[in-house]
Design a protein around this ligand. Structure first.
Ligand code: ADP
Ligand code: MG
Length: 392
């Protein structure tokens, strides 16, 4: 039993006085490369991490759904037939239930929209995925809930359909306008593999990362600066991308290539152009990273990671000083590559480093944070791990 499994089970018993039918879990994710490309119908290369969110779920003999989390003081209970009147939530406004509860309740609602139905359920959630750190605790809670209800309601949806359910919950029940990457990574993760995803077709291929076999480690540097997806910069960046695509006369920036950039620069204002340039070059970097991983291995992708960070910092302007400090300190201490990961405005960065250098790079990053007067970062290594499944 992991700590999260124990906590979910204990919370379930305390809440209901009976034992759950089972435990389901889904992981957080790190994005190796391909940031903000998902909602532009482009390419991403995330992998699931060992940190998981666990849902202990039991069936009830009425038609109500109750959700509880170690993260929140109070459980929330509604009728399954009331979900349709609670959601959707208008983008940018607050859901009609506490925000955290809109994730699991939104999943139940989105499953109903996908044709699923069943008896009432009690759901108790616990997690060891850092929340709001850019490691997608949101996809993890969605994936754990969706997997449980898919099984208990006999809905028969496949993993891609469950990823869509999670995304719909996040977009339309929580009101956060995020793309499909996180849910796909959390549903499709495989040990030692990254998920190369075409966000237009939702076609996914696994790509071996092989970091451990090459003597490398992937260090996550959580700055502990919390980001918020449902507000502010994320929505603005999406709007800039839509504007850039409209100016170029295409439905999404997926259809703009590096060769089109000089024309884009002539047609649009400087800010919109830089947003577009990030997406277009980032898509190319994902394709290059997949090729280099397959042909040469992880040791050869460092420059692509470094270029991706620079593009997010300078063109897309979604980095913060803590993320830049983490990346610079890791590189100065010998990292092969490093970049912020996730939506930005806080959260985490990753560094690809020699296994033998984990302690030295960690110490260098901690020193740099102390020197800059930042709060201590949370540092840990990850390996690509399995996607959502039933645990017990
Ligand atoms: P990230 O996905 O990077 O962690 P998000 O803002 O997308 O950050 O999602 C974090 C939100 O998801 C939390 O504020 C909370 O509302 C919800 N959430 C995530 N994990 C849990 C959990 N274990 N219990 C309850 N709510 C959770
Ligand atoms: Mg999230």
């Amino acid at each position: 039993m992991t700590a999260a499994q124990d906590s979910a089970r204990a919370l379930f018993s305390a809440l209901t006085g009976y034992e759950p039918d089972g435990l389901w879990s889904a992981p957080g994710r790190v994005n190796l490369i391909g940031e903000h490309t998902d909602y532009n119908e482009g390419f991403v290369l995330p992998f699931a991490i060992p940190h998981r969110t666990v849902a202990a779920v039991g069936t009830r003999d009425d038609g109500r759904i109750r959700v509880a989390s170690t993260f929140a003081d109070d459980a929330v209970e509604v009728g399954l037939d009331e979900l349709v009147s609670l959601f959707p939530t208008r983008t940018g406004s607050q859901p009609a239930v506490p925000e955290w509860a809109a994730y699991p309740l939104g999943v139940a609602w989105a499953l109903q929209l996908a044709g699923a139905s069943g008896h009432g359920v009690d759901i108790a959630i616990a997690s060891d995925v850092p929340v709001g750190a850019g490691l997608s605790s949101s996809a993890a809670i969605e994936g754990a809930t969706a997997s449980a209800l898919n099984d208990l309601w006999d809905a028969g949806l496949d993993r891609v359909a469950l990823a869509r359910v999670g995304r719909r919950a996040e977009n339309e029940a929580v009101g956060a306008p995020t793309g499909i990457m996180d849910q796909m990574a959390s549903m499709l993760g495989e040990p030692d593999e990254a998920i190369f995803l075409d966000c237009r077709s939702l076609e996914a291929q696994t790509v071996p990362v092989g970091a451990a076999a090459s003597g490398l480690a992937i260090l996550v540097m959580d700055t502990r600066v919390k980001h918020a997806h449902s507000t502010g910069g994320y929505g603005e960046r999406r709007a800039s991308c839509e504007k850039g695509a409209a100016v170029m006369g295409v439905s999404s920036l997926r259809d703009v290539s590096v060769a089109d950039l000089p024309r884009a620069e002539e047609l649009m204002d400087d800010v919109t152009f830089r947003r577009v340039r990030h997406i277009v070059t980032e898509n190319q970097r994902v394709l290059d990273t997949v090729r280099v991983l397959r042909e040469q291995g992880a040791r050869a992708i460092g420059e692509l990671l470094i270029a991706s960070h620079a593009s997010m910092r300078d063109d897309f302007e979604i980095s913060v000083p803590e993320l830049d400090t983490a990346v610079e300190a890791a590189l100065a201490a010998g990292a092969i590559g490093a970049r912020m990961t996730g939506g930005g405005f806080g959260g985490a960065a990753i560094a690809l480093i020699e296994q033998s250098a984990v302690d030295a790079v960690s110490a260098a990053v901690e020193d740099a944070f102390a020197q800059a007067g930042f709060g201590a970062p949370h540092l840990f290594t990850v390996v690509p791990a399995a996607g959502a499944h039933r645990d017990a």
